[in-house]
Design a protein around this ligand. Structure first.
Ligand SMILES: Cc1cc2nc3c(=O)[nH]c(=O)nc-3n(C[C@H](O)[C@H](O)[C@H](O)COP(=O)(O)O)c2cc1C
Length: 409
């Protein structure tokens, strides 16, 4: 790992700040600080699942900003189940040289670049894939077939292949995506998982496939390569994954070869009312992280709602988690880590949206990532309706490329 940009003597912000101490993972890899750029689906791949110059620029920018690790969101191992047409697809047909270039660019300023192993399952974009999750669902806005027993049995090898390809391409680690309602999170959630076989029912059965995947991914990449997982503390939905069950999952992960557990939460499921939030501001899942701490000695990363350096510092200094994951803060201020290291601008200026249209805030952040990667202004002066329209239009064009490339009209 390059230390070139960050090897200067500690400045005032850094000297006593626990955020700027290294973290050693069980596999032996060392993170140079405690701040991780959480996975964000950047929708900047080229429509054939390959990296673009915009992605190289985006991850180079984050690398130069001092994050210990940046995680690329939603990298698909199976092109039939994407979350969006701008997802990367890393499978046997991928041009590994193009991924290797992204892997190099994304660490050119320091830090590590990991990929998140995705599979959208029932939330596969129906314009370009075939939604299939643990159980068949037919609800307004969510229609999905059920995976067969044979298809479930094939999942560990699928995830393991992409993890191994990521390692060969030069990425520094992988993260299993088991949060926010995508396939592995669907298996964990009773809302999505109504199976009556060995993979459905009590949490011990619902987590089974995830643990099998962890084992096979580990076998594919060897003992010294970081394998992380992102989980929901809770789905925050009536009838969804509860904190009690999520803690049982954490206890099982403690016995696995996982290197880092990122705790976040929240899922969308049509018709399921949200459960009341315990906290309206601050780190959303801090109390869960405290409980998880008592179940596992694995390094924990806490993500969601962290907006200032003071909040992040307290999470690490009080031992609530070993590090923090930030997403929106990195979209707004890519150099947030270095600013905090210097004790400057410790609270990124989050935009405020009054009565945003549905999907507007996500579209804004997605286009903000494009703005950084493409180094051009896409947002100033545009209202959210226009931002949504631009985002939708871009995705429609990529979907067309996707369909032509993957031949699934
Ligand atoms: C534009 C956008 C895209 C996201 N894409 C992903 C993703 O691909 N994978 C994932 O695990 N989480 C994704 N997230 C969720 C973030 O990683 C994070 O859990 C969430 O935004 C809360 O953290 P924050 O309060 O620091 O933003 C995304 C968030 C945003 C804003």
């Amino acid at each position: 790992m390059s230390l070139s940009l960050h090897a200067a003597s500690p400045s005032r912000g850094e000297s006593r700040n626990p955020l700027f101490t290294p973290l050693r993972l069980p596999c032996g890899a060392v993170l140079e600080n405690r701040i991780v750029k959480s996975a964000m689906s950047d929708c900047l791949a080229d429509g054939t699942g390959h990296p673009t110059d915009a992605q190289a620029a985006l991850y180079r920018t984050w690398s130069q900003g001092g994050a210990a690790v940046s995680i690329i969101g939603e990298v698909q191992g199976d092109a039939r189940f994407p979350e969006a047409a701008g997802n990367l697809v890393l499978d046997g047909d991928s041009d590994l040289n193009r991924f290797a270039r992204l892997a190099r660019e994304g660490i050119s300023g320091g830090g590590q670049l990991w990929i998140q192993l995705g599979h959208a399952g029932a939330l596969t974009d129906p314009a370009i894939g075939t939604p299939k999750g643990p159980s068949a669902l037919d609800l307004p806005g969510l229609s999905s077939a059920a995976l067969t027993a044979g298809e479930i049995a094939a999942l560990p090898a699928l995830f393991a292949r992409t993890a191994r390809l990521a390692q060969l391409a030069g990425f520094g680690g992988v993260q299993l995506h088991a949060a926010h309602g995508f396939l592995l999170s669907q298996f964990l959630s009773p809302l999505f998982n109504r199976r009556e076989d060995a993979y459905g029912g009590p949490i011990e059965a619902r987590m089974q496939i995830v643990l099998e995947i962890v084992d096979e991914v580990r076998a594919a990449v060897g003992p010294a390569f970081p394998v992380a997982i992102k989980i929901n503390a809770t789905d925050r939905l009536d009838g969804g994954l509860t904190e009690t069950d999520a803690l049982k999952f954490v206890a099982a992960l403690e016995r696995s070869s996982i290197d880092l557990i990122e705790i976040s939460g929240g899922t969308y499921f049509p018709g399921a009312p949200a459960t009341p939030e315990h906290r309206r501001s601050g780190a959303y899942f801090a109390s869960f992280a405290r409980s998880a701490r008592s179940m596992t000695a694995k390094p924990l990363l806490l993500t969601g709602g962290i907006k200032t350096m003071e909040q992040a510092e307290r999470i690490v200094s009080e031992g609530i988690a070993d590090g923090v994951g930030l997403a929106r803060a990195f979209a707004i201020t890519p150099e947030v880590t270095d600013l905090w290291r210097r004790g400057e601008a410790t609270a990124p200026a989050f935009p405020r949206f009054t009565s945003p249209p549905e999907g507007g805030v996500t579209a804004w952040y997605t286009m903000r990532l494009a703005e950084i990667g493409e180094e051009r202004d896409l947002l100033s002066g545009a209202d959210l309706d226009r931002v949504i329209a631009a985002c939708t239009d871009r995705d429609r064009r990529k979907a067309e490329i996707w369909r032509n490339h993957f031949d699934r009209d």
